[in-house]
Write a protein that binds this ligand. Structure first.
Ligand code: FA5
Length: 341
């Protein structure tokens, strides 16, 4: 009876030595089983009386609870170690892998963006990244839209308290990229744009564009049309009907609007194309001399073209997506249709 302390010390030693579930089970039986030490102690109580019996009973029960709790804890530890060893040794599991790579799909805009990048890379263009928060100068002045010029109203802008703006168009990167490459620029720069738009089937407040610029000696409108046609026929994998009409953008002269026939309705008119049969896709033109000069390029000697492709709308046309809002919806049910990784 009085050897509980000694028993408790032995129990802890045996518990620590149990490295397998089977060994732990043996320890459990040795103490709590029918003929186990604790059970034997409890049986011995019948030989005691009165206070002695009550006191001994309490001590044995406390010890029994202790044994049960330690066995439970050790059992959980061994199970966790067993799982870890199984994952480590099983070639099907790699615990350093990012979770569930196999389940994701690329967003339709990413798919089109990557496709365009490959097309332009093959034509010698570099791919540039740019900020989403830009200065007013980059977004407007540097592309020939002076302060207070009415052309600013063409883009409903989100201004930040520090005076910067959320990029309204990828043209905001033109100045930086022209400065980077100078008179030999051939670059595309995809990016997210933000405008305070009234939303409808073809207008979002957050959408993607892909800008392209090419500068050099003797770059002309023919070069511009060639690149536009090559790009569109490659993306759609077939000749597509386009329409070029004059368009005003302060940073190009002359400027054009390049529309493509609506792929949702085939040109007959639907809510996506506002019943016109055409989608405004890619404004473009010859870079205004002021823009070249502001980037330190001699506009007498060099010329260039620029285009601002509506990447989100291109994805819509390519995949026949009727409503632009689906693309930012985060709806896996809708987006998982594009099972390309
Ligand atoms: C511009 O943003 C000019 N910076 C494009 C440009 C670049 C012209 C270089 C000339 C030279 P615009 O505001 O039209 O232009 O937008 C260009 C394209 O972006 C549109 O044709 C359209 O496809 C897409 N776009 C514009 N606003 C939205 C919107 N709210 N939601 C979805 N796509 C939009």
């Amino acid at each position: 009876m009085l050897n509980i302390e000694e028993l408790s010390r032995r129990f802890r030693e045996e518990l620590a030595a149990a490295q397998e579930t089977e060994e732990l089970e043996k320890v459990r039986i040795a103490y709590l089983g029918k003929k186990g030490s604790v059970t034997e102690l409890l049986k011995g109580l019948k030989n005691l009386n009165g206070d002695e019996k009550r006191e001994a009973g309490q001590r044995i029960n406390t010890f029994k609870q202790e044994v049960q709790a330690f066995i439970q804890k050790r059992s959980a530890e061994l199970e966790a170690a067993r799982q870890e060893a199984r994952l480590k040794n099983d070639p099907r599991y790699d615990i350093s892998m990012p979770v569930d790579l196999g389940q994701g799909t690329l967003h339709p805009i990413t798919l089109v963006q990557r496709e365009l990048e490959e097309i332009f890379k093959s034509m010698g263009f570099t791919i540039e990244d740019y900020k989403e928060i830009v200065t007013e100068y980059e977004c407007f002045e540097a592309v020939n839209i002076p302060k207070y010029h009415p052309a600013r109203d063409m883009q409903d802008t989100y201004y930040l308290e520090n005076g910067q703006v959320l990029k309204t168009h990828t043209s905001a990167a033109q100045n930086a990229i022209l400065r980077k490459y100078g008179a030999n620029t051939r670059a595309i720069f995809p990016g997210r744009c933000f405008r305070n738009e009234a939303l409808d089937a073809s207008h979002e407040n957050t959408f993607f564009q892909m800008e392209g610029i090419m500068v050099g000696e003797d770059i002309s409108i023919s070069n511009l049309i060639y690149f536009m046609k090559t790009m569109l026929s490659e993306v759609f994998g077939k000749p597509i009907t386009v329409r070029l009409r004059p368009g005003f953008f302060p940073f190009v002269e002359p400027g054009f609007e390049l529309d493509i026939q609506c792929h949702v309705c085939g040109g007959t008119g639907c809510p996506t194309c506002k019943q016109s049969g055409w989608i405004e896709l890619c404004p473009c033109g010859m870079i205004h001399p002021n823009v070249l000069e502001m980037a330190g390029i001699d506009s007498e000697k060099y010329s260039g073209f620029a285009f601002g492709l509506g990447l989100t709308r291109l994805a819509m046309m390519k995949y026949g997506i009727k409503d632009i809002r689906m693309l930012n919806s985060g709806s896996l049910k809708a987006l998982e249709q594009f099972k390309v990784r």
